[in-house]
Design a protein around this ligand. Structure first.
Ligand SMILES: Cc1cc2nc3c(=O)[nH]c(=O)nc-3n(C[C@H](O)[C@H](O)[C@H](O)COP(=O)(O)OP(=O)(O)OC[C@H]3O[C@@H](n4cnc5c(N)ncnc54)[C@H](O)[C@@H]3O)c2cc1C
Length: 393
């Protein structure tokens, strides 16, 4: 039976994270308006918060699965502010998820403690990673890969200690020729070209990278398999597995912020005398209350899709379909919810005196990175209809 209820211990963890996140919220506007400043790794009030990792480490078998509590902690963090993400230590970047999914035990040991970004997107390659143009050529004499290419929109691109980079060994091989490589910062030929300017999540240091004759050791090929598999034999599917847990996590980022928007809207509506109590029946609700409850129901539904994908991961079940469902539902849901909250509050919704307009901007990314909403819908349709990539793309 699926059960998302939290143990007493997990509930304590969540309450703790929420109190820490509320402190981070005090700095939310500052890091939104000063896009080129890095949020410090620790808040000035850090000594009040010994860190959630210690508490997580004390969890036992009676507690919820680690993915389920992980999603809830993520939502609680971004409920405070998205910048809480930037304050996390090493080992939590998207590149770390790739290392965890595809790295050899030696590679995990060597690089697991670093903060790793993940660079797939290029000026001519976004939704379709088979178009990656960055090349990796083996120099047999020196036992080094020579990397050449350009990557854009790399999350935590400045802060990261290194990057898991997608490059092709053979452009004519399409997806099959694509491999992941680990490149550490300070490697000659690897330049952080600039920091991107964005609509939302402005505390995040999204960067562009350039690689020019950048030489890395042969052993930096993630997973170590140099041969190009036959088309459709599953080599590429292996690297895509990285996203089975990061997609629900991305939905969770957005849902934390849309939950914050709902909480703020509830407070303001109640202050204005709108009765939001449940049980009034459909004919007893004001238009504002009916709209608010619709948004709340959407939030709950989207959160449940995230919890389901996480619960399946905790139980060792394949969750590719459910991960895409959670990302699609979360990505579109958070937009509808934050826009609906602005509609309900009018001018207050767009005033920079409040954070609602920021949440509206910040959640927009949920439906873009790690596969857009349209791409998620395509994966869902393909899986349900049992179509191949060639039949539906
Ligand atoms: C803030 C931010 C952070 C990011 N972080 C990272 C990162 O860390 N690493 C990284 O590699 N990338 C990152 N990205 C890039 C992101 O993953 C891409 O923007 C995304 O995959 C979409 O690619 P694109 O922008 O090239 O759009 P395109 O692929 O050009 O798509 C444009 C539009 O067409 C739609 N579309 C495309 N193909 C289809 C299709 N077959 N059917 C229907 N519709 C389709 C898309 O959904 C979209 O609406 C980030 C982007 C942003 C904005």
């Amino acid at each position: 039976m699926i059960d998302f209820s939290l143990s007493e211990n997990d509930q304590k963890i969540l309450d703790y994270v929420r109190s820490e996140a509320l402190v981070a919220r005090k700095y939310a506007r500052h890091y939104d308006e000063n896009e080129h400043e890095f949020p410090p790794e620790a808040l000035p009030e850090a000594d009040q918060f010994p860190g959630v990792w210690g508490l997580m480490g004390e969890r036992g078998e009676e507690d919820s699965g680690s993915s389920v509590i992980g999603m809830m902690v993520t939502m609680a963090e971004t409920w405070g502010d998205y910048s809480v993400r930037m304050r996390k230590g090493r080992g939590v970047g998207l590149g770390n998820a790739a290392l965890g999914a595809a790295g050899t035990p030696e590679q995990k040991e060597k690089w697991g403690h670093l903060l790793l970004s993940m660079a797939i997107t290029e000026p001519g390659c976004g939704s379709d990673p088979s178009l990656v143009q960055t090349t990796a050529v083996l120099d047999e004499e020196t036992d080094e890969w020579i990397i050449n290419g350009e990557k854009i929109f790399v999350t935590t691109g400045c802060r990261a200690d290194g990057v898991v980079l997608w490059a092709t060994l053979d452009r004519s091989a399409g997806r099959a020729g694509i491999k992941s490589f680990l490149v550490e910062k300070e490697t000659p030929g690897f330049v952080v070209a600039h920091k991107e300017k964005k609509l939302g999540i402005r505390a995040d240091d999204t960067a562009a990278y350039v690689f020019q004759d950048c030489r890395i050791p042969r052993g930096n090929l993630l997973g170590g398999k140099e041969e190009i598999p036959k088309q459709g034999s599953g080599g590429f599917r292996g690297v895509m597995k990285t996203f089975n847990m990061t997609r629900p996590m991305t939905a969770a980022f957005g849902l934390g912020m849309s939950r914050a928007a709902l909480d703020f809207t509830r407070e303001q509506l109640e202050e204005a005398g709108v009765d939001l109590s449940y049980g009034a029946g459909v004919h007893g609700l004001s238009a504002a209350a009916a709209k608010f409850q619709e948004l709340e129901a959407l939030q709950e539904a989207a959160e449940l899709t995230v919890a389901r994908a996480a619960w399946m991961a905790d139980h060792g079940m394949p969750n590719n379909l459910e991960s895409s469902i959670s990302k699609a539902k979360g990505g579109s849901g958070v937009r509808t919810i934050t826009q609906g909250c602005i509609e309900l509050l009018g001018a207050m919704g767009v005033s920079r005196d409040h954070l609602l307009e920021k949440w509206f901007r910040d959640v927009r990314i949920t439906d873009i990175y790690e596969g857009t909403g349209q791409i998620q819908h395509m994966i869902i349709a393909r899986t349900i209809l049992d179509y191949s990539r060639e039949q539906l793309s």
